[in-house]
Design a protein around this ligand. Structure first.
Ligand code: WTA
Length: 645
């Protein structure tokens, strides 16, 4: 398989970009025609950002799994689709060919059907990084069920909230998951999430760790038994064929929950056709994928990066995707390099936080590892500092591999701003140029396009996008107005990203980070309001304010100022109790790094917390706090400064 839409030079990029803006219909038709459709579209694009309403390839019929699997079988049937590297390096690697993937996905689709799952039903998936997770995701897509994958680090309470929000009736999980030296008891977390739940009908449990689990008769079934039964049912000539459900272009493919600046996480909904076209197109172009290359994205499939660049994008391109169960530092900090060496990885796509954490171990873990297979390196999830960029470039890429800095979001479905490896120029810590079809614009607080350069000769503003690309968010599940308010109401006729950015004369973008109350901790998005709500649930807490502060490895750390009524025991114990409450309510990923007990929070006369001041103090700035005259009680600031951790 080659890719007729692959951009091979700067000139081709410029032409593609121009064509995509001046004739979007023609441009995207010519890309989309290289996919497998059950019926072609009537119209390429119809949209307004007011409602918002965005429809790509309207009238078309397809099933994304036919594009990710069936269409490759003839030529690539025996080629690896997924190479699975287990947590324990001593355990056997599993190579899943396209033929095998087809068989397993069809089999699992049959299992879902046998258990009553129908098109449009929501299936929550809570598993570790095992090939069965891919079968579960694609099995859902095969029968047209909407999957909602939940990252293994979320607590029972978070799962319960997501089950409720998505009105999910089915769960796929496993007894446990291996991550480094730990076993995570997934099924028992699910059991806690299901206490009092009356909507979930079936829980399918895959056996991975064989930790003892409770299995409720009538509700809980074993994956292995169900798969075996499905195999006897529909096996034909060695291959199980389960017909791919015919989906409308705009039928929802999945829900993925993500944090925003207010309230509870939102269920971002992506559609079938647009998401497929964009993840494939961006995968091939950003990473300059060539048939036969081994692609290793280190993300967890519980996040959008794993959805788009371990599963859907690579598989739709007929690529070989490495899936890693473990963590970068176990059994030692050379694990990524061992995997690159062992599987002859050509493309490595990881997060700045992982790079910074590995930098901390020095060059020792890289010694003796053959990284010569590497051709392209990528980063995603947060701004990459220049030091980490250069370390990656020099010590991993040996200065021979283009580094792509890919900016995008859960809501964008795929990469929107990035250099194209070796094709358009890289620049340390700059995401650089927009992909064809993407029209970024920087605006000021009033939504006016920024035209005045700042003291560095750059434009600086809030990053918005002017028109839809195929994988733009379609809605937030169950509450369309929330989608409008969050992304399309801040500035009329623009999609607002929540990020700030700089732009230079050549049209390059540098993302500066979130401008709203969303933190980016180790590349994970966490809303400050969510963490505050969790802390406030702890007994004795009167109120709290959470801000981010620069953290050497995580990018941002979580700093919580807590007003406490009565300290139970000592302060240190109370801190640990609060962390336990946050872990229960959200999950360990949201635990504050620092908790400072304070008598009061800096508030304006109208009662608004002045976070700007708290942010500065957390960052270590104590003298230049800006205007504090609006404060009700300036005295609290002094006290907070004194007590800074
Ligand atoms: C941040 C992850 C700078 C940004 C794919 C965005 C980045 C948020 C980059 C989305 C990058 C992502 N440079 N910042 N290359 N990539 N971000 O939804 O703040 O988990 O809004 O999607 O991560 O995080 P999300």
């Amino acid at each position: 398989m080659s890719y007729p839409y692959q951009i091979r030079s700067m000139e081709e990029y410029e032409k593609a970009y121009k064509d995509s803006i001046s004739h979007p219909d023609k441009f995207w038709s010519s890309v989309a025609e290289h996919f497998r459709w059950k019926k072609k579209w009537n119209r390429v694009l119809e949209w307004n950002f007011k409602e918002p309403r965005v429809r790509w390839f309207d009238g078309a019929k397809l099933n994304i799994t036919e594009n990710c699997i069936d269409r490759h079988l003839e030529k690539l049937g025996d080629k690896p689709a997924i190479i699975w590297e287990p947590n324990n390096p001593e355990e056997r690697v599993r190579v899943v060919t396209y033929n095998r993937l087809h068989k397993r996905v069809c089999q699992f689709a049959q299992v879902l059907k046998n258990n009553g799952v129908k098109k449009g039903d929501r299936v929550c998936i809570y598993m570790g990084m095992v090939p069965e997770l891919a079968y579960a995701i694609l099995g859902c897509a095969r029968i047209g069920a909407i999957h909602s994958v939940i990252f293994g680090g979320f607590s029972a309470q978070s799962i319960a909230d997501r089950l409720y929000d998505a009105e999910a009736e089915y769960i796929v999980t496993s007894d446990g998951a291996y991550r480094g030296g730990k076993d995570i008891p997934l099924k028992s977390v699910i059991d806690d999430a299901l206490i009092g739940n009356r909507t979930v009908k079936k829980v399918i449990v895959y056996t991975r760790t064989r930790t003892p689990v409770s299995m409720l008769k009538g509700r809980d079934v074993w994956w292995e038994d169900e798969m075996e039964y499905a195999e006897t049912q529909v096996e034909k000539e060695g291959i199980v064929s389960f017909p791919a459900e015919e989906m409308d272009a705009e039928d929802p493919l999945f829900i993925l929950y993500t944090s925003g600046s207010t309230g509870k996480p939102k269920g971002v909904v992506h559609s079938s056709a647009g998401y497929m076209v964009w993840t494939t197109y961006s995968f091939v172009n950003v990473f300059q994928y060539n048939p036969g290359d081994i692609h290793f994205c280190t993300a967890d499939i519980g996040w959008i990066t794993g959805h788009s660049y371990i599963i859907y994008g690579p598989l739709s391109a007929g690529a070989t995707s490495v899936m890693f169960e473990g963590i970068p530092t176990w059994p030692d900090a050379g694990r990524f390099w061992d995997i690159v060496d062992k599987h002859k990885v050509n493309i490595l796509y990881t997060a700045p936080t992982a790079i910074r954490s590995l930098m901390g171990f020095g060059l020792g873990p890289l010694k003796g590892k053959d990284l010569s297979s590497l051709k392209i390196l990528g980063t995603v999830g947060e701004p990459i500092n220049e030091e980490a960029w250069h370390w990656y470039d020099e010590n991993v890429g040996k200065k021979k591999c283009p580094v792509v800095d890919t900016w995008w979001q859960t809501e964008t479905g795929g990469i929107l701003i990035s250099n194209l490896a070796g094709v358009t120029p890289a620049r340390p810590s700059w995401a650089t140029l927009p992909m064809p079809g993407v029209q970024p614009v920087l605006v000021d607080e009033n939504g006016k396009e920024v035209t005045q350069k700042d003291e560095h000769g750059l434009l600086n503003g809030n990053l918005c996008i002017k028109a839809p690309w195929p994988s733009i968010i379609r809605t937030t599940y169950g509450d369309h107005d929330r989608c409008r308010q969050n992304y399309f109401a801040a500035y009329p006729n623009l999609y607002f990203t929540g990020d700030g950015a700089w732009k230079d004369d050549k049209g390059n973008f540098r993302i500066t980070g979130r401008v709203d109350d969303v933190l980016n901790v180790s590349g994970h998005r966490i809303g400050t309001a969510e963490v505050e709500n969790a802390i406030n649930m702890h007994t004795g807490v009167v109120e709290s304010a959470v801000v981010g502060y620069p953290h050497d490895v995580k990018g941002q750390g979580i700093y919580a100022y807590v007003v406490y009524g009565h300290i139970h025991g000592d302060e240190e114990m109370t801190r640990r109790d609060i962390l336990q409450t946050v872990t229960r309510v959200i999950g360990a990923i949201a635990k504050p790094d620092k908790i400072q007990f304070v008598k009061g929070l800096p508030k304006t006369r109208s009662g608004k917390i002045m976070r700007r001041i708290l942010r500065k103090i957390a960052e270590g700035e104590t003298s230049n706090l800006g205007d504090t005259t609006a404060l009700l009680d300036p005295g609290v600031v002094e006290e907070i400064k004194q007590g800074k951790l």
